[in-house]
Design a protein around this ligand. Structure first.
Ligand SMILES: *[C@@H]1O[C@H](CO)[C@@H](O)[C@H](O)[C@H]1NC(C)=O
Ligand SMILES: *[C@@H]1O[C@H](CO)[C@@H](O)[C@H](O)[C@H]1NC(C)=O
Ligand SMILES: *[C@@H]1O[C@H](CO)[C@@H](O)[C@H](O)[C@H]1NC(C)=O
Length: 400
C-alpha cells in the first residue's frame, strides 16, 4: 500500500523533469558494512531515493564519499549489490568530475519511471565503497613562540598521520579565508610539510589550520587540523619630551628643580612598560615604569648633576613567550644648570669697571682741585712777596 503511494508520488514528480534542490540535498549510504559503503540514496524532491547505476562511475563515487566525509572511493558499484530499491529511482544527468563536494551539485537528477526511455530497474542501483575517513593532520609552530613582530617569518609544520595514501599537498589556511595562504606541493609523497608565512604584518594575526590532499585520480582533502593562533605586533618608535619648572634655560633644568620626562608610544599593548635610558659620559642608567596607557612620565624632583646626559626611551612588551622591544626614541639632551645669579659675572665686571672709573675720575678731580687751591694760594703769597719786594727792593723772590 505504502509502496503504491510512493510510486504514485514518484509518477507525479516525474513530470517535473529536472529537480534542482541542491541546497537541501543530502546523500547517505545504506546496507553496507560501514558508514562509508552501501547503496547510495539521495534526498531530492522531499524524499529519499536510490540512484540508477547507468553511467555511475568512480568519479560519482568520489563525490559521494567526499560528501559523506569518508576517504576516497575504492569502488563504484552497480547492480544493486546492497539490495534493491523501495522508492524513487533517480537518473543522473551530466557526469561529475569527481572534484565536487555534493552529488546534487554536479549533476541534475531526473526521476526514473518504467515509462522512461532510459534503461533502469529496481535492481540497477548504484552503490559506493569509500575508504575510511582521512585523519586530521596536526598543525604546530616550529618556533616556541606564538607572537611575532612585523617582517618576521612564521614557520608552521603540518603533519599527517601515516596512512596508505600518497599525500602530495599541504595547505595552510587562515581562519575565514576560502583559499589557502600557503600550499606546499613538491610532487613527491610525504607525510609532513613546512608551511612558512614570510614577512608578516598585522593582517596575518589570527587563527590558522592546515589540511592535506591525497591524490587518487582526484584530489581529496583531509579534515582540518587543530588551530593555532598567532599574534603579530607592530611596535613603533616612541616619542620623548621633557617638562621642567618655568624659567629654566632652554635644553636645561635648574639645579634643584623638577624634571619630568615623558615617553609615548603610538603602538600600545596591555602589559607593556617604558624603559628610559640615561646615557652619561661615565656610563648608562636605566629606569623602567609600567605603561598602563600609551604615555608615561618619569618624575625627577630635585634635579642634580647626575641627571645630566642624553635620554632615550623604548617600549617593552612580553607576549607569546617573547619580549619585544621597540626602537629607541631620538636622544633628548638635558643639562642641569645653577640658578641664574641676580647679577651675572658680566654685569659684575661692568659694575666694577664702572665704579673704578668713577673713583678714578673722582681722584683726578680731587687732585686737580687741590692743585687749583694751591695755585690760588700762591698769588696771595706773591702779592705779599711783591709787596715785600716793593717794600724791600732788591730782595730776591723765592720762586717755587
Ligand atoms: C610639556 O612639554 C611639551 C613639549 O615640550 C609641551 O607640549 C607640553 O605642553 C608640556 N606640558 C606641561 C604640563 O608643561
Ligand atoms: C611633573 O610631574 C609631576 C607629577 O607627575 C607634576 O606634579 C608636575 O606638575 C610636573 N611638572 C612639570 C613641570 O610638568
Ligand atoms: C657618573 O658621574 C655622576 C656625576 O656626574 C656620579 O654621580 C655617578 O656615580 C657616576 N657613575 C659612575 C658609574 O661612575
Amino acid at each position: 500500500m505504502l509502496r503504491i503511494l510512493v510510486l504514485a508520488l514518484g509518477c507525479i514528480l516525474a513530470f517535473v523533469e529536472f529537480v534542482d534542490v541542491s541546497d537541501h540535498a543530502h546523500v547517505r549510504v545504506v546496507g553496507g558494512n560501514s558508514a562509508c559503503s552501501g547503496k547510495v540514496e539521495i534526498y531530492l524532491g522531499l524524499q529519499w531515493g536510490t540512484v540508477c547505476d547507468q553511467s555511475w562511475d568512480l568519479n560519482d563515487a568520489h563525490v559521494v564519499c567526499r560528501e559523506l566525509g569518508c576517504g576516497p572511493a575504492i569502488n563504484s558499484l552497480s547492480g544493486g549489490m546492497y539490495g534493491s530499491t523501495y522508492g524513487a529511482i533517480w537518473l543522473k544527468g551530466e557526469p561529475c568530475s569527481g572534484q565536487e563536494h555534493n552529488l546534487a551539485q554536479c549533476s541534475k537528477f531526473r526521476m526514473w519511471s518504467s515509462a522512461s526511455d532510459e534503461v533502469c530497474s529496481e535492481h540497477n542501483i548504484a552503490g559506493v565503497q569509500c575508504s575510511v575517513a582521512l585523519k586530521r593532520p596536526t598543525l604546530s609552530l616550529l618556533s616556541a613562540y606564538s607572537a611575532y613582530s612585523t617582517g618576521e617569518a612564521v614557520r608552521f609544520s603540518c603533519t599527517a598521520p601515516s596512512n596508505h595514501y600518497a599525500i602530495f599537498d599541504f595547505h595552510l589556511f587562515k581562519s575565514g579565508a576560502g583559499t589557502p595562504l600557503v600550499t606546499q606541493g613538491t610532487g613527491a609523497p610525504r607525510t609532513r610539510a613546512e608551511l612558512t608565512l614570510f614577512d608578516v604584518d598585522a593582517s596575518y594575526q589570527g587563527r590558522y589550520t592546515c589540511l592535506y590532499t591525497v591524490q587518487t585520480g582526484v584530489a581529496f582533502n583531509s579534515p582540518e587540523s587543530n588551530s593555532i593562533d598567532i599574534i603579530v605586533l607592530d611596535l613603533h618608535t616612541p616619542q620623548i619630551w621633557y617638562n621642567t619648572s618655568v624659567g629654566a634655560p632652554p635644553g636645561g633644568v635648574t639645579r634643584g628643580g623638577t624634571l619630568n620626562i615623558t615617553c609615548s608610544t603610538s603602538s600600545w599593548y596591555p602589559g607593556g612598560f617604558f624603559q628610559l635610558r640615561l646615557i652619561r659620559s661615565n656610563g648608562t642608567v636605566r629606569h623602567s615604569v609600567s605603561a598602563p596607557s600609551s604615555s608615561r612620565t618619569f618624575f625627577f624632583p630635585n634635579a642634580q648633576a647626575p641627571l645630566e646626559g642624553y635620554y632615550r626611551c623604548a617600549y617593552h612588551i612580553q607576549m607569546g613567550g617573547r619580549t619585544f622591544i621597540s626602537r629607541e626614541s631620538q636622544p633628548l639632551p638635558i643639562s642641569v644648570r645653577d640658578p641664574e645669579p641676580l647679577l651675572s659675572p658680566m654685569a659684575v665686571s661692568w659694575l666694577v669697571s664702572g665704579v673704578t672709573l668713577i673713583v678714578a675720575i673722582f681722584m683726578i678731580l680731587i687732585t686737580a682741585w687741590v692743585r687749583y687751591k694751591k695755585k690760588k694760594k700762591k698769588p696771595v703769597e706773591l702779592e705779599r712777596d711783591s709787596r715785600t719786594c716793593i717794600d724791600n727792593t732788591y730782595v730776591s723772590l723765592p720762586v717755587k
